[in-house]
Ligand binder design. Structure first.
Ligand code: ARG
Length: 456
């Protein structure tokens, strides 16, 4: 092969293989793992004391440089782990070579990645809790604010806005729990698995695991280097977060549409149309909903990478990073925007009440009332109310004011004086079963959620 051909091959390999330009996010995690590894090698008398001390100091120095924003790692190195070894070599020479004892990039890369995920989970979880808190705050302020409850986007029964906000708060809190499970399941340290078979050096995996904050070392070296289940768990919990943010955003877009007008958003969270000056497009909510696509895609991407791989490490696995980085970044952005929306959206109480108070919206309550107060079996009561609705339409008379004689015409059991005219207020107040929409239940549920949040 000619020199040119070899140069071409090297360029191609570097272009497709080099991850140094994006995996720098893992540098600090590599340093932490490397220092724990060196400390163990020293205790086990596997490396000379002076080399261990040099390495430790040089890694400290590198951490400081990175924290101060200096670009000291070569972005054209094959990956961040190689770049760090190269850096150490330029700083301390041959002693840097001791760092590679009893480890490989396979166990190093996967351990650093687990530590990175751990930090992301902590950050995202606190953002999810902030969102839960924002919805809880709305619920506390609006426990008795009446709004239409929809099913099929048809007005179904009156609800309280507080109840609706708590529905989202519960959803978000489940996501906070879901993302916490990711930590529980990845609480084992792969270091010491080396390339795939373990090592002949007398290492102490338990201490390394503990020093890095893991419960214990992983059980099987071969499993450890090829497993990306922990990354998939993170992407999967992240997909759930994105899905729920997307549903919330869709609700915001609907609520804020002019003919609906249930909420108002601050000017800063909407955009004007370039053509239609009156418009207030809920862009922030739409973007959160739109970004869900890439978060779901990232899960699918890594599932597809892993799907055809037998045990052990393949270079395919380097493709785990960009989906993970993108999901973490996208969710952090989206959650921050969602917290702002949830905190600053203003319910329009008058619009909400009149949108809830459509004709016959309490007809279900009337059927309940006939069953409860007059002993009419519910199915029959439901049938009678359907007849009354027809009659009321024909007579152009609200159902609550139908005269006794007309009601008797439908069924003799409806002929009594104290005929109820059920208001939307009476409707929500009556729905006081546990978890129901009655203002006192909402206030109670909000108080309970507040104490659950405090314990989280
Ligand atoms: N950058 C690689 C990755 O993230 C590190 C592991 C490399 N190991 C190897 N045997 N080439 O997957």
């Amino acid at each position: 092969m000619s020199t040119e051909e070899r140069a071409m091959a090297a360029r191609s390999m570097a272009a497709i293989g080099c991850s140094g330009h994006y995996d720098g996010k893992l540098a600090l995690y590599d340093i932490t793992v490397s220092q724990a590894h060196v400390a163990m090698l020293l205790r086990q008398e596997i490396v000379p004391a002076d080399a261990a001390a040099e390495l430790h100091r040089a890694l400290d120095g590198l951490r400081e440089q990175i924290r101060s924003g200096a670009d000291v790692l070569d972005p054209e190195a094959e990956d961040v782990h190689t770049a760090i070894e190269q850096y150490l070599e330029t700083r301390i020479g041959a002693d840097a070579g001791w760092l590679g004892t009893a480890r490989a990039r396979n166990d190093l890369a996967v351990t650093a990645l687990r530590l990175w995920i751990r930090d992301q989970v902590v950050t995202l979880r606190s953002k999810i809790l902030a969102l839960t808190e924002a919805m809880l705050g709305q619920a506390e302020r609006h426990a008795a604010t009446i709004m239409p409850g929809f099913s099929h986007l048809q007005v179904a029964q009156p609800l309280t806005f507080g109840h609706v906000c708590l529905a989202y708060a519960e959803t978000f809190l489940r996501d906070a729990e879901r993302i916490s499970f990711v930590l529980a399941l990845q609480d084992e340290c792969p270091m010491g698995s080396a390339a795939l078979a373990g090592t002949g050096f007398p290492i102490d995996r338990v201490t390394v695991a503990r020093n890095l904050g893991f419960r214990q070392p992983t059980a099987n070296s071969l499993d450890s280097v090829g497993d990306r289940g922990f990354a998939l768990d993170f992407l999967s919990a992240g997909a759930s977060v994105a899905l729920n943010l997307s549903r919330f955003s869709a609700e915001i877009v609907f609520w804020s549409s002019q003919p609906v007008g249930l909420i108002s958003l601050p000017d800063e969270l909407v955009s004007a149309s370039s053509a239609m000056p009156h418009k207030r497009n809920p862009d922030a909510a739409e973007l959160i909903r739109g970004k869900t696509g890439r978060v779901l895609g990232n899960l699918h991407a890594l599932q597809t990478v892993v799907k055809g791989l037998p045990l052990s490490y393949f270079r395919d696995l380097q493709e785990d990073k960009e989906p993970l980085f993108d999901t973490a970044e996208t969710l952090a952005l989206s959650l921050d925007a969602a917290v702002t929306i949830a905190t600053l959206m203003q319910p329009n109480a008058d619009v909400m009440r009149s949108a809830a108070d459509i004709e016959f919206v309490t007809s279900g309550d009337l059927a309940d009332w006939l069953a409860r107060e007059r002993g009419v079996p519910f199915r029959e009561a439901h049938h009678l109310v359907t007849e009354l609705v027809r009659l009321s339409e024909k007579e152009k008379c609200p159902i609550g004011r139908l005269p006794l004689e007309l009601r008797r015409g439908v069924d003799p059991r409806l002929a009594f004086a104290e005929w109820p005219d059920i208001t939307v207020e009476a409707s929500v107040e009556s729905r006081d079963s546990q978890g129901g929409t009655a203002p006192k239940r909402v206030a109670e549920a909000a108080a309970q959620l507040r104490s659950r949040l405090a314990e989280f």
